[in-house]
Design a protein. Structure first.
Length: 256
């Protein structure tokens, strides 16, 4: 068995969420705020919603980076979902992309709630198998956003949207995967016929069929040695061979 050091899923997801939070904070354009903009109720509400969105990303990032599998992560996803709902209700109206984003973070909040609390234990195994659903919603939103920009010939913005969309998809996918499998994700490797297990916190362990057969062969050989020693011990106890003969045979069997 070979062991290799690896970085946990929670660390990668936490870093991606921290980067997303920083990017969202830069988009606030706080340096452009003036006295006239502060007099606009619409502007103030939008800034408050944006601040809470950044706070939601930060909560999730802190939860992942500190390995806290508790309600903090659920709260972060919940804040993000709530801000998308408020944005659609008061600002953007019926926006399909925003609706997909809302469903993504709402489902992430639901996944984390089921997995980190004991209120719905009967649903834990089902939710583990469906932990990719939040990332699927964010993927759909990213696809719609990019296609819309491309059709409007805004290619540079489309590339930027694709990049940040991939960052967000990776963050939410890895976060939900870590919440579902904190001790590692077992994956059957069909190419080499072995079993790969990703240990999210410590190591990666990979065993090929050849290694497994060697281990099995070693166990069989050890059993044969023990069995042979028992036979000679019985001969010694029955007085058929002497102690010296038994000791010599023992050394020969053990290769001493």
């Amino acid at each position: 068995m070979e062991e290799r050091k690896s970085v946990g899923l929670n660390m990668i997801a936490g870093i991606l969420f921290a980067v997303t939070a920083f990017h969202s904070f830069l988009n606030l354009n706080l340096w452009n705020i003036n006295i006239y903009s502060l007099l606009s109720a619409f502007f103030v509400r939008s800034i408050i919603v944006s601040f809470f969105s950044v706070a939601g990303f930060v909560l999730v990032a802190v939860s992942l980076l500190t390995k806290r599998r508790d309600i903090l992560c659920c709260a972060g996803f919940g804040v993000l979902a709530l801000m998308r709902f408020i944005t659609g209700l008061f600002f953007n109206g019926a926006d399909f992309k925003l609706f997909l984003e809302f469903l993504g973070y709402l489902s992430a909040a639901a996944v984390s709630f089921v997995l980190v609390t004991d209120y719905l234990p009967d649903f834990k195994e089902i939710v583990k198998r469906l932990c990719f659903i939040p990332a699927a919603f964010i993927t759909a939103r990213t696809g719609v956003t990019v296609l819309t920009l491309v059709f409007n010939f805004l290619f540079f913005r489309a590339v930027a949207a694709l990049f940040w969309g991939i960052v967000e998809i990776g963050a939410i996918l890895l976060a939900c995967a870590w919440l579902a499998y904190p001790d590692g994700i077992p994956i059957q490797n069909f190419i080499f016929g072995g079993t790969f297990k990703y240990e999210s916190d410590a190591t990666q362990v990979y065993e090929t069929e050849e290694t497994q057969q060697k281990n099995a062969g070693g166990d069989t050989q050890s059993s044969a040695v023990v069995s042979e020693l028992k036979e000679y011990k019985k001969l010694l106890d029955d007085g058929i061979i002497t102690q010296e003969e038994f000791d010599a045979k023992k050394k020969q069997i053990l290769g001493l």
